[in-house]
Design a protein around this ligand. Structure first.
Ligand code: PMP
Length: 364
């Protein structure tokens, strides 16, 4: 069976080269007679996998030496609690920008551990644009500022002007990059902490990556559970307990693939071209539409609606038969969503556009 183009928001498509490599090493990793899945995480063999994985991530994201990279179970959502627990006390104020569902979840969890000031947003569950910067209200004494760089459900992505406004505050900036990490080059040194669940641009589910400036460690509240305390991971090479060994290995293969593809710089050019091709097609069509402010549209999650929503079910059924999977939008936002992460090849976009054209013609 041929591999389909899978537009799932996550867990999402992984590069075919990565899957083939994993397949070839599945039963016997480099002559050891065992799968990576079967290795002790303390073994020399596994440590070499882990060290290479971290080194490759540091290389592709250009992570400065004064940052620790932590590999943590529990997904991005667990960090919603870990962030305030590691950086604030109960009476401290923390600033959060609300750009959608994922920001809202982070705010809700942080509110249990600190006093949250919402910089702007939150009036609508699924805003189609970022609140305008003139309306942002930062608090004077916030311990940190939290942003979600890409709202996965709507496909709303922060732009340079938003990052500039946040960095201009001179406070530690925390970014949830779950759905756009490594989609373009960023300057890690501007952030206090970056986190992402793995299951979109990194690898399989079961792992979150935390990149944290070292001077922010050692400040967790005293009641922080051991496995929510970043120090535990920083002091134990993320192996205080058994890590998600196979997920780490696959993430390592993805970082290697990024290097072989020309790094994040080369991938970002492909991403820009993929996204603009799809948005241009949608904009030129009177059968499909996208409701996100044009300058704030995501490169990774392209949402769209059929003008006649009665055709939604047919669209999904026929696209699936054509080998274009998981195009149904998130239930909170409706419509369709094509998640086109780094692993989605350009041919996937072409196949999707061809299908959308044909479907529009047949149902006009
Ligand atoms: N933040 C964003 C932006 C996400 O898209 C997601 C998952 N879709 C999460 C956080 C939560 O990630 P996890 O399921 O790994 O907890």
């Amino acid at each position: 069976m041929a591999r389909a183009f899978n537009f799932s928001a996550g867990p999402a498509m992984l590069p075919e080269a990565v899957m083939r490599k994993a397949e070839s090493e599945f039963l016997d990793w480099q002559g050891t007679g065992m799968s990576v899945m079967e290795m002790s995480h303390r073994s020399k063999e596994y440590m070499s996998v882990a060290h290479k994985m971290e080194a490759d991530l540091r290389e592709v994201m250009v992570i400065p030496d004064n940052y620790k990279v932590l590999f943590i179970h529990g997904g991005a959502s667990m960090q919603f609690a870990a962030i305030p627990m590691n950086l604030a006390q109960q009476n401290d104020t923390v600033d959060y920008l609300n750009t959608g569902v994922w920001s809202t979840k982070a705010i809700k969890e942080a509110s249990r551990f600190a006093t949250v000031n919402v910089i702007a947003g939150g009036q609508e569950a699924n805003p189609t644009e970022v609140p305008s910067i003139e309306d942002w209200n930062f608090s004077k004494d916030a311990k940190y500022i939290h942003i979600c760089s890409n709202e996965t459900i709507t496909g709303l992505e922060l732009q340079d002007e938003h990052f500039d406004a946040v960095f201009a505050q001179g406070k530690p900036v925390i970014a949830d990059m779950s759905s756009n990490i490594m989609c373009r080059e960023i300057d890690v040194s501007k952030y206090a902490m970056i986190y992402a669940g793995a299951q979109k641009n990194i690898g399989p589910a079961g792992l979150a990556i935390v990149i944290v400036r070292q001077d922010l460690l050692g400040n967790a509240r005293s009641d922080t559970p051991t496995l929510l305390n970043w120090d535990t991971y920083a002091e134990n090479e993320s192996m205080f307990n058994t890590p998600a060994t196979y997920a780490w290995y696959l993430a390592g293969l993805v970082f290697d693939w990024i290097k072989n593809t020309g790094g994040v710089k080369a991938i970002s050019k492909i991403n820009e071209s993929k996204a603009s091709k799809l948005y241009d097609f949608i904009d030129a069509s009177d059968f499909y539409s996208n409701s996100i402010k044009v300058s704030e549209r995501s490169w990774m999650n392209v949402t769209f609606n059929l003008k006649n929503t009665e055709l939604d079910a047919d669209f999904l059924e026929q696209s699936k038969s054509a080998g274009l999977l998981s195009l149904k939008g998130h239930k909170a936002f409706g419509g369709m969503r094509a998640s086109i992460y780094n692993a989605m090849p350009e041919e996937g976009i072409d196949a999707l556009i061809d299908f959308m054209k044909k479907f529009a013609l047949e149902n006009a």
